[in-house]
Each structure stands twice: as C-alpha cells, then as structure tokens.
Design a protein around this ligand. Structure first.
Ligand SMILES: [Zn+2]
Length: 87
C-alpha cells in the first residue's frame, strides 16, 4: 500500500503547487460563520511557508476561493485561528 493514497492532493491557492493535504495549511469558510464552524464550508489550502502564508491571507484571494466576501478583519480572524491551532 502506498502511503500517498492516505492524503488527498490539494493545490496551494498562493503558488498553485500541488501537495499532499498534510503538507498544506487548510482553512474553511465556515470559520467566518457566527458561531464559527471551522470544519464546514469551502476549503482553502496553502503551503506553510511564510511567502505562501502571506499571499494566501489576502481578502481578495480568499473571497474568490470561499465564493463569499471576505473582509480584512475576517482575514485577521483566520490568521489568529491558524496561529493558535498550529500548536
Ligand atoms: Zn504555496
């Protein structure tokens, strides 16, 4: 059995690199719901490198990926969530 099959391939929304999901950071649009539902909604994946991180956490790009308006305060909320859930 190949271990690669355990992890679906996803595409980084910043650099378009394809990688197993475990190598990418993933957020969902449900995080912006009230109350937040981090496991619901459309997902966005991106590399954990600082470069892709900063490019991905962009209101316009996230609005496109989530197919809903994302405001700068909501981007800050996502960033806060990621920083607290990565440990
Ligand atoms: Zn990337």
């Amino acid at each position: 059995m190949s271990s690669a099959k355990l992890f679906p391939i996803r595409t980084c929304i910043a650099c378009k690199r394809k990688a197993p999901s475990r190598e990418l950071v993933r957020v969902r649009s449900g995080l912006l719901a009230d109350p937040p539902q981090p496991t619901m909604g459309r997902g966005a994946s991106f590399c954990s490198s600082p470069e892709c991180w900063s490019r991905a956490l962009n209101p316009k790009l996230l609005s496109y990926v989530f197919r809903r308006p994302v405001t700068p305060p909501q981007v800050a909320l996502i960033q806060h969530y990621l920083e607290n859930s990565s440990r």
